[in-house]
Design a protein around this ligand. Structure first.
Ligand code: HEM
Length: 416
């Protein structure tokens, strides 16, 4: 017997999702008492899923596809066209391999060292500044790290300018109007520049070390043995550069957590083992990616509900990380909860769930954790600063959400 799916009643909920923001799906789950329900967005019937079991379903490759899931405006800004996010099956697996080959132990060690050096350099610079807006400064810091790590010559573009262009892509991905067009313009300018670089690498006009992504992606061959279109290489290089710089959002929330939870700072001072717990809780607790989307690949039934081919389906990332069935006191910031976390790939999914190679889980999750650990270590052990009065509120309807002031620091001192 097929059951009728619980429904968020009303004609269309686009405005509600925009105004409620991150907790929209979890709020409906609470009122409808169901981890699966249907809603209507921009006139289309959409299935919403939340929680561990639903996440496991969402990552079954035979049941969901990605090729036609992302809205066109997100492709024009955040993702780009022709990138790994929109591939399925063997083509996805092969392309994802290109990304995962960048995540070797040596490669991760390299990005950790680059980040460490960049923090030393920036803290020394901040000592001479009257006040420091951590969000803007960490975007620059990470632009430098991302470019050195991928082999992209940042000096040709300028760190400040490039950090702003990369920021436009994730800061305005969900915007409309002028901000959306600014984001599109930044993407198209950077893609043009990267395409030229890729062609220069291929013609041996510039030399890049073979382990760097600029070289590896430019010379990567697809399943048929062909080089990728240089525009697609540019999109994929941006799939490394843009999200590395977006880690600045998490760095800013890390600083906010240090400010709001001083007792946790004491624990961090006791030893490095608590860094990981703190970072994981920052990624669980604060809002970043609200949900991810796919379309039903073929008709199937799940828990008595019918999923029809082509139906747009959203998996709630924020809500799964705050789900009352999985987390005790989910709205409390408590790093120690991660001391006994089992590592389940479906209950803690700030960067997607499931598997890395054959699934769409974020290729940069290890990099994100490593960069955050180095950043936290610097904030706790290698610098002192004061936090002046400012507006530290963040909104659940801004995507991405950020403390409004961008986290201002004063009297920064570098501690060796
Ligand atoms: C800033 C923190 C980050 C967040 C919150 C984040 C979040 C996500 C999310 C939610 C997805 C989609 C998962 C899905 O659809 O199932 C994703 C995919 C992806 N991320 Fe990240 N990410 C971050 C950092 C990174 C970094 C640092 C990199 C690269 C160095 C990266 C590269 C990618 C790639 C290539 C994909 C596509 C994977 C695929 O479709 O198979 N991300 N990320």
């Amino acid at each position: 017997m097929v059951k009728s799916m619980p429904k968020d009643k009303g004609l269309d909920h686009t405005l509600k999702i925009l105004s409620e923001g991150y907790p929209y799906i979890l709020n409906r789950r609470n009122t409808l008492q169901s981890n699966v329900f249907e809603t209507r967005l921009l006139g289309e019937r959409v299935i919403c899923l939340t929680g561990k079991e639903a996440a496991e379903l969402f990552y079954s490759n035979d049941k969901f596809r990605r090729s036609d899931a992302a809205p066109p405006r997100v492709k024009k800004t955040l993702f780009g066209e022709g990138g790994v996010q929109g591939l399925d099956g063997d083509a996805h697996h092969h392309r994802k391999g290109m990304f995962m080959s960048m995540m070797s132990k040596e490669s991760l060690q390299e990005i950790v060292e680059l980040t460490d050096v960049a923090w030393d350099k920036f803290t020394t610079k901040w000592e001479k500044m009257d006040s420091v807006k951590l969000y803007e400064e960490s975007k620059k810091l990470l632009t430098l790290v991302a470019c050195h790590w991928t082999g992209v010559p940042v000096k040709d573009r300028g760190v400040k300018e490039f950090s702003q262009e990369l920021g436009d892509m994730f800061e305005s991905a969900a915007s409309v109007g002028v901000a959306h067009y600014k984001s599109r313009r930044s993407r198209s300018n950077i893609e043009k520049w990267l395409i030229e670089l890729v062609e220069k690498v291929r013609n041996e006009e510039i030399q890049v070390e073979s382990h760097k992504a600029l070289y590896a992606f430019s010379t990567y061959r697809d399943l048929e043995g062909n080089l990728l279109d240089s525009k697609v290489v540019a999109v994929e290089l941006l799939n490394l550069l843009r999200p590395i710089v977006a880690i600045s959002v998490y760095i800013t929330f890390t600083a906010l957590a240090l400010h709001h939870y001083p007792k946790e700072v004491e624990k961090l001072k006791e030893g490095d083992s608590s860094l990981q717990l703190f970072i994981q809780e920052v990624r669980r607790y604060y809002p970043f990616f609200p949900f991810t989307s796919a379309r039903v690949n073929q008709d199937f039934e799940w828990q008595g509900y019918s999923f029809k081919e082509g139906t747009l389906t959203l998996l709630d990332l924020y809500g799964t990380n705050h789900h009352p069935e999985e987390w005790e006191n989910p709205d409390r910031f408590s790093p120690s909860r991660f001391a006994d976390w089992t590592g389940n790939p479906f209950d803690f999914i700030p960067q997607g769930g499931g598997e890395f190679d054959i699934g769409h889980r974020c290729a940069g999750e290890w990099i994100t954790i490593d960069i955050l650990k180095v950043s936290l270590k610097h904030m706790v052990h290698h610098m002192t600063y004061t936090v002046p009065d400012q507006d530290l509120d963040y909104s659940y309807s801004d995507i991405p959400s950020l403390p409004k002031s961008g986290f201002m620091m004063k009297n920064v001192r570098h501690v060796q």
